[in-house]
Design a protein around this ligand. Structure first.
Ligand code: NAG
Ligand code: NAG
Ligand code: NAG
Ligand code: NAG
Length: 432
């Protein structure tokens, strides 16, 4: 039957056509292609090979590239992972080497000793990038990454083992992602972190350990940070002080084998702190002391001050409107410290000898703080933690018989507290 034969011929012909129009794309020379996962691995290439356009993963190892040309991967719409390692001649990345790759999630450059410069805008418009690794290269300056503009959450930036990166300049992490960054900068040659280095970024963990030449973290290094960091690792560096600003969100602090860091800010000033791994046992004293204080007269003092200071705080708000010349609890940061941890959410136990001084407020206003800084002198956070501190931060190494705490603790703190409470009690009694 003629029509049937025609139909059959048509089918056979179209099968042939389909076969012809969907050939298996050729694997580039000196490369291995895994068609199941669309991965191409090439060894020893001297130029970026022409990849099949369905390629999703590229592994280039032992290459001898002279540069990474503009838009090298642009014709690969599904490319998600790009790994280049052990190149022996790549000197720089050109503008737009990695540009407008909407599905790229991972880029890693490893063991490229000759790579000394990354032109600004080499990484540009990579909206789905969530990992960028630049590991063990000859880079002499921190790469400019501000054009990445990732929209991924939890971006991880890993710039490690680059012995010649000495400075982390201002705004180094601006524009990488709108969301939180994890920044691994360990084992570089970093000596200095400049002011506003982390400006405009949201930080989770920041790892700077084993930068053995790192001496200077500028006091304003963390200024301009939108949030965080929540974890900071400065172990095995040569820093001698921590910046006092911008570390308020620290939950985990690591400064192991950081022998030049002889003094730490009081750990109780880091309110969210959950764990601290330090170099010197005595630096844990401020935290471990709380345990030994329980049941001691100091606890009574804290109890009393808690109630009376809470009152004063309320009063000062009223009074400062009436008479702004009186100095009483005007330091906003002191009241923040008092109200955050455990004071406000406890039922106020009526302290003995203190009655409510609601009227005659003015007599109370002679009370002044002996110091401007809340951190030196009165360490109210210790009282906070005594009552609010169910979760005391874990701190290592712990003080022991060889490294006791006593010589570190200053008695002036107690003296000032006793003085303050006494004065309060007398004023309150006079008011009755
Ligand atoms: C970026 O890539 C998209 C396609 O993925 C294309 O439409 C657009 O023109 C490209 N933009 C530039 C600036 O090359
Ligand atoms: C910090 O970043 C903001 C914008 O993100 C910018 O306007 C400001 O100039 C930066 N500050 C410094 C000191 O670079
Ligand atoms: C401190 O006050 C609380 C109640 O607010 C009370 O339970 C506790 O026993 C007091 N501690 C001391 C040592 O007075
Ligand atoms: C003197 C001082 O440290 N003031 C700070 C108190 O806290 C606010 C934020 O809560 C800062 O802006 C002040 O600089």
């Amino acid at each position: 039957m003629k029509p049937d034969l025609n139909l059959l011929l048509f089918f056979v012909f179209s099968l042939v056509l389909v076969d012809v129009s969907l050939p298996v794309e050729p694997c580039p020379p000196r490369c291995q292609c895994d068609w199941d996962v669309h991965s191409v691995s090439c060894f020893g290439a001297e130029a970026v090979p022409v990849f099949p356009c369905s390629t999703q993963e590229v592994w280039l190892t032992g290459t001898r590239l002279s540069s990474l040309p503009q838009d090298a991967f642009t014709n690969l719409p599904s490319i998600s992972h790009i790994y280049i390692s052990d190149d022996v001649s790549l000197r720089y990345l050109e503008r737009h080497s990695f540009h407008n790759l909407s599905s790229v999630t991972h880029i890693q450059l490893t063991s490229i000793k000759t790579l000394s410069y990354i032109v600004p805008e080499a990484f540009k418009d990579l909206p789905n990038l969530k990992y960028l690794g630049i590991i063990n290269t000859g880079l002499a300056s921190f790469p400019e990454l501000r054009h990445i503009h990732s929209r991924q959450e939890d971006f991880i930036l890993e710039i490690v083992e680059n012995a010649f990166i000495q400075v982390i300049p201002a705004n180094s992490f601006t524009g990488i992602s709108d969301h939180a960054l994890t920044i691994m900068l360990n084992s570089n040659g970093v000596r200095e972190i400049q002011s506003f280095a982390f400006n405009g970024s949201r930080l989770e963990e920041v790892f700077l350990h084993r930068n053995v030449d790192l001496e200077q973290i500028h006091e304003f290094a963390f200024d301009g940070v939108i949030h965080g960091p929540t974890q900071l690792d400065l172990s095995e560096t040569r820093v001698s002080s921590l910046p006092l600003r911008g570390l308020e969100a620290i939950e985990k602090l690591q400064v192991k084998n950081t022998w030049a860091l002889k003094a730490l800010p009081p750990l109780s000033t880091f309110l969210p702190l959950q764990s601290a791994e330090l170099t010197f046992p005595s630096h844990c004293c401020g935290l471990t002391m709380l345990k030994r204080w329980r049941g001691l007269p100091e606890a009574v003092i804290c109890n009393l001050t808690r109630a009376s200071l809470g009152k004063l705080q309320e009063l000062s708000a009223v009074v400062s409107q009436k008479d702004p010349e009186h100095k009483i609890f005007h330091h906003p940061n002191v009241s923040v410290g008092l109200s955050t941890a455990g004071f406000t959410d406890r039922s106020p136990g009526a302290p003995v000898g203190l009655t409510e001084p609601q009227s005659h407020i003015d007599e109370l206003l002679v009370v002044e703080f002996p110091t401007q800084q809340p951190s030196d002198g009165l360490d109210f956070a210790i009282c906070n933690e005594l009552y609010g501190g169910v979760l005391r931060p874990a701190c290592t190494p712990l003080p022991d018989a060889l490294n006791p705490c006593e010589d570190v603790m200053s008695w002036s703190f107690l003296k000032v507290l006793v003085w303050l409470v006494g004065l309060l009690a007398i004023s309150a009694n006079l008011l009755v």
